[in-house]
Design a protein around this ligand. Structure first.
Ligand SMILES: [Zn+2]
Length: 209
């Protein structure tokens, strides 16, 4: 039983009731509150999880976390300043980093236009009610490793149980919300996204054990 990991790594206080042993290990390495990646605003609730790819082949979860952190060095006077972040990053080896508390908003899915389905279920600014999860990948085709998929499925299962989400209905791709080619592998292989969501359902059932 690995439940002790959540306390050891200061994972947010949620722990599942079941005895299913997760292989995932989440390092909590929160961003500094800053206007560009951790605005410190409270989520209005959690209606969905959003899956992304980092679009940076071979990068680690920690490197992507540090990229978000370094956005704080920008100036608000810079018209080309970037605003970006996610709550979690799952790495190529199955490592996971939490960048932002699940009570707070991240900048992962903002856009000028949203799909009609997203607008009807998530409203006009889905960042206020979604948790963003970035997945690392070894190559430019965006294919995920089995370790990344397993870590992401376990993380999604934990979050679905915690926030009473339906894994099939409430796990979205970034593409499903804005039309962006993200995550590329699931956009190119939608059947693998369906399989991923089924993995989450199976893991949820084990967690509820
Ligand atoms: Zn994305």
């Amino acid at each position: 039983m690995r439940r002790g990991n959540y306390n050891k790594h200061d994972y947010y206080s949620y722990a599942p009731a079941g005895s299913y042993a997760l292989s995932m290990n989440i390092q909590r390495d929160l961003l500094t509150v800053n206007p560009f990646s951790r605005p410190g605003k409270t989520l209005s609730g959690v209606k969905a999880l959003v899956i992304h790819w980092v679009a940076n082949p071979g990068s680690t979860a920690k490197q992507n976390r540090d990229y978000f952190e370094n956005l704080k060095k920008q100036s608000l006077n810079d018209a080309s300043a970037r605003f970006a972040s996610a709550h979690f990053v799952a790495g190529i080896s199955g490592e996971a980093v939490q960048c932002i508390p699940t009570e707070e908003m991240a900048y992962h899915v903002g856009a000028k236009l949203y799909t009609p389905k997203a607008l009807s279920r998530l409203g006009y600014y889905p960042n206020t009610c979604t948790i963003g999860i970035e997945l690392c990948h070894p190559a430019a085709d965006g294919k995920f490793t089995e370790e990344t998929i397993q870590a992401a499925a376990e993380l999604c299962a934990l979050l679905c149980v915690q926030f009473s989400l339906d894994a099939v209905r409430d796990i979205w791709t970034h593409h499903g919300i804005t039309g962006k080619n993200c995550p590329k592998w699931f956009v190119d292989h939608p059947e693998e996204f369906d399989t991923f969501k089924q993995d989450v359902v199976i893991t949820m059932n084990r967690l509820k054990g």
